[in-house]
Design a protein around this ligand. Sequence first.
Ligand code: NAD
Length: 437
Amino acid sequence: MADDNSLFSAAGGRLKAAAAIAEVSGDTLERLRLPKSVLKVSIPVRMDNGTLRSFPGYRVRYDDTRGPTKGGIRFHPQVNVDEVQSLAFWMTFKCAALDLPFGGAKGGITVDPKELSVAELERLSRGYIDAIADFIGPDVDIPAPDVYTNAMVMGWMADEYATIARRRVPDVITGKPIPLGGSLGRDTATADGAFHVISTLMPKLVEAGDVPSAGKGDGEGPTVAIQGFGNAGARLAELFAEDGYRVVAVSDSRSARYDEQGLDVTAIRAAKQESGSLPDDEGEALDPDELLTLDVDVLVPAALENAITSHNADEVRASVVLEVANGPTAPDADEILAGAGVTVIPDILANAGGVTVSYFEWAQNRAGMRWSEEEVRERLQKRMVTETERIWELARQHDVSLRTAAYAHALQRISAAVDATGSAKTFRSADSAAEAV
Ligand code: NAD
């Protein structure tokens, strides 16, 4: 790991804590020290006004010991190599934590997609695939959506790849539109998965005394605040509301809304889809930064990295932080939250529903099958609940945070794969090949 203050070196700090309780070989830690490959490309795009603009793009494959690498593509003005590398590192652990047969990757373009027309966005998406086509493939590296990319973007990308390959290759990309081989249930999978995780853990946290059984507020049901009302956050808000939670606050990049009695999240979702903004007539306006410090049962950062840092962690009053975004809690904030008795449910578990259904999509494409929505949902629930319970047990057994337990759980699986072809111990201890094999 780089010895600096980058997101990537912070990501590596989590590995050290996990290695202390996991059965892990030195070879594995050495293998995970650096990404497998880092690709930087430029994507020239003809703009609608006739000018040419070049955008920087990246694709990082972190580790492929357990299978082809898997990870989303982000379109955002702050995308840079450090961020993409960190996200690829997290994907490696997420796939292992859920026992998916994948390593980790991530991609991105430094762009503000809100400034582009739809036609420019299509050219940019196709240009990205032209630039990285030799480095991806169904058995090599399989992209998917992330922040500000959606099913239509994946459709353009799959189509571009087909043009290059001169055949349809649906399993090269997941999160596609359903008519192009997408999986039923993929669009809601991240939120559905997060909901299975919190539903599995809540009774355990109540029993452990970490969360009050009746919830904190004086109304009915436990309270929730959600930062980020996109793909993941909006659907999760509805699931919480349907299950009797009160969603008291939601925010997007521009504004936040608050209602102590619970917002009508379905109406907010419809308004956001229609106008692109949170509506002024649901609840009252709230300072978006204040959302993170509300005295709620569950706080859900579902926007971008580093929402909770050492600057605001001591103001967090929630009992539980459910990390739907990737990397929303900085490592030094983690310590402050732990000291204050806040339970953090880590991103590599909480938001793993998306990549899990991406795996189902890839498997369906490879087998030429289509599963019903019910089948996808059942398989997702089973996997999320099973792995959540394993991580909970590991955390209890070693008296560590859920984050450390999730990393340790993943690390054990990665280490088993690395060591399956022999570790330093194998090579050092055997005097002859006959002894080693
Ligand atoms: P999205 O683009 O659909 O939504 C992002 C939302 O965050 C938007 O509503 C945006 O307005 C809001 N936002 C941006 N900056 C904000 C800020 N400073 N304060 C409040 N809100 C802000 O993206 P998404 O797919 O929902 O992803 C959200 C997070 O979840 C990301 O960290 C992503 O990596 C993670 N994630 C998503 C998936 C998935 O399948 N969609 C899977 C795993 C992890």
